[in-house]
Design a binder for this molecule. Structure first.
Ligand code: NAP
Length: 289
């Protein structure tokens, strides 16, 4: 299959490495020529260009740019595609993208490979990034079943676990497990920075170890990703932040009023529930069309 990838960063580059390993021909489009050259050098693409028209022979094109570029790039790309070409994206938000791109190209199917790293860019792209991770596909009523089937097949070949749901369901679920954690983790770092005593702040920096490393990791990641999550999944991020504020308020009350038994019950529930979220392999797809 001829696979086009626009945006040769962490996700686009990692997809390219795997698709080439699986025997597909990968045509890359980068914003900067240097990124395309780096993608060729590391084996992520067979050929690279800065021109979207270089993808006219592609059977499927993955849009792997930052979220805010996806609609504009799809509009520029469409005149170069044949009607059979499947268009998909990897954006971490689905409702806004699917709503924006589907009217331009009915053969579009939204996708979200749920794997990532703190660093971004082609230099940190790696093979097998998507293995044993969820790959969410978000068709709508008008999405051609062949487009879904082709994307499902490619994602399965990456050894990802394919899940299908609506864009709205995706956005609500990822607000809880991805977007809210980025906001909370970031606000933890901010709260530490707000310590008024400079000596204590310095001491805390020196003492921070694995616990802080775990809890601050996603909040200290690439700023653009967090900004895009909040901007393009605004309603669900707000909803989850408000629910989280209530949770913090209840927790504050328990501590302030010495309700240790109630706090212990809550912590026990957390201890038992965590494993349901941190399973190494996602559940098989139950919503497959
Ligand atoms: P990234 O490493 O920064 O890659 C983005 C790439 O897009 C860069 O290579 C950049 O080019 C390129 N780009 C920007 N504007 C472009 C344009 N007009 N034309 C062509 N290329 C353009 O970011 P990423 O982490 O791969 O994220 C890409 C997408 O994946 C985002 O939509 C994000 O929501 C999604 N995603 C990210 C993660 C994650 O954890 N990182 C996980 C799942 C999904 P230059 O190299 O020239 O700057």
């Amino acid at each position: 299959m001829k696979i086009g990838i626009v945006g040769l960063g962490l996700i686009g580059g990692s997809l390219g490495l795997d698709f080439r390993r699986l025997g597909h021909q990968v045509l890359g489009v980068a914003r900067r020529a240097a990124t395309g050259e780096a993608a060729i050098a590391c084996g992520a693409v067979d050929q690279a260009s800065t021109e979207l028209q270089s993808l006219q022979a592609a059977d499927i094109v993955f849009l792997c740019t930052p979220i805010h570029m996806i609609e504009a790039i799809s509009i520029d790309l469409i005149p170069h595609l044949s009607p059979q070409t499947i268009l998909t994206d990897v954006g971490s938000v689905k409702g806004a993208i699917v709503d924006a791109v589907t009217p331009h190209w009915p053969n579009f199917v939204g996708g979200h490979p749920m794997a990532g790293k703190t660093e971004v860019g082609i230099a940190v792209a790696e093979p097998h990034l998507f293995a044993q991770r969820a790959y969410v596909i978000t068709p709508v009523a008008t999405t051609p079943t062949t487009a879904v089937a082709v994307l499902r097949e490619l994602a399965t070949a990456l050894q990802a676990q394919v899940l299908t749901c609506t864009p709205a369901q995706h956005d609500r679920a990822v607000a809880w497990i991805s977007h809210l954690p980025v906001m909370i983790s970031g606000s933890l770092i901010q709260a530490c920075l707000n310590e008024p005593d400079a000596h204590i702040r310095k001491l805390a920096e020196s003492l921070a170890s694995s616990g802080f490393c775990d809890t601050s990791r996603v909040g200290g990641g690439h700023p653009e990703l967090g900004l895009m999550m909040a901007r393009y999944n605004r309603d669900e991020v707000l909803r989850s932040l408000q629910a989280y504020q209530q949770e913090i308020q209840q927790l504050t009350t328990l501590v302030a009023t010495d309700q240790w038994a109630a706090l212990a019950a809550r912590l026990t529930e957390n201890h038992q529930a965590r494993s349901r979220f941190i399973q190494s392999t996602p559940e098989p797809d139950t919503a497959a069309p």
